[in-house]
Design a protein around this ligand. Structure first.
Ligand code: ADP
Ligand code: MG
Length: 242
């Protein structure tokens, strides 16, 4: 049975899609079959981030609307995980039930199905959460983002997802020591979520992902993704702040 995880944040631009790509590649590299579902209707990004752009023919919207099969819509990515691209427009047939039925079709073939939520807590967010059984809330260590992360976690709980974990993204030790960013304890206290990992501010990530290149294995963010992937596999990995 696949673990189905929605990646959410409330606020946009905090690193949900980058995190989804990083964790998908880390899980795939450790031998799992991973499916990523880009749920950002009209603003898809994971085809570029995961270096899959040119191959994309169908989207998950085409599956739900009956225009293609589940196999037709799967796109291969640079790290070997599979991707379902987001449709460019919303259609009436995109319902939570349809998302769940579609995810059920992939259940046997994948170990992890990751749903990358759009910003906000509206329709797209609800569709992304519909087929998930747990969540990862991504927050950068600042007041606005932490508050929207807490709202997203509350909204997920109302949708029936009680198991939400926290990822602190773009952590910058120097800025935190200078008091320019919230510290890790503050973010945990404000969101009331269990921490599953901390991803450092990493300009290599920003450069590589925006042009669909794999992260170098030794980059600080790749190491963080690999530790978080191990925790998702149920391993006990000490928290390391790069
Ligand atoms: N850990 C990080 N270090 C540096 N840049 C990051 C990090 N995480 C995300 N970014 C950058 O932040 C921007 C927004 O990221 P993205 O994943 O698209 O956010 P979201 O999906 O939440 O809107 C991108 O330019 C991305 O490269
Ligand atoms: Mg995104």
């Amino acid at each position: 049975m696949a673990a189905r995880i929605v990646i959410a944040s409330g606020k946009g631009g905090v690193g949900k899609s980058s995190f989804t790509a990083g964790i998908a590649c880390a899980l795939q590299n450790s031998g799992h079959n991973v499916l990523v579902v880009d749920c950002d209707i009209g603003l898809r990004s994971l085809d570029i981030i995961l270096g899959a752009g040119a191959d994309m023919l169908f989207t998950w919207g085409d599956i739900i609307a009956g225009r293609c099969s589940c196999d037709d819509a799967l796109t291969r990515t640079n790290c070997g995980c599979s991707l379902l691209c987001a449709p460019s427009e919303f259609e009436e047939c995109f319902t939570p039930e349809a998302m769940r039925s579609m995810a059920d079709e992939y259940e046997e073939r994948f170990d992890f199905i990751l749903f990358d939520s759009p910003a906000g807590i509206g329709n797209g967010f609800r569709l992304a959460a519909a087929a998930a059984d747990s969540a990862i809330v991504v927050a950068t260590p600042d007041g606005v983002c932490v508050r929207s992360g807490a709202v997203a976690a509350d909204s997920l709980a109302l949708l029936g997802i009680k198991n939400s974990r926290l990822v602190i993204n773009r952590f910058d030790k120097k800025a935190t020591i200078k008091g320019k960013r919230l510290n890790i304890d503050d973010v945990i206290d404000s969101t009331c979520l269990r921490l599953i990992g901390v991803v450092p501010q990493d300009n290599v990530l920003s450069f590589n992902m925006t042009c669909g290149r794999l992260l170098p294995k030794r980059s600080p963010s790749a190491a963080a993704f690999s530790r978080i992937a191990s925790r998702l596999e149920g391993k006990r990995v000490p928290l390391e702040i790069d």
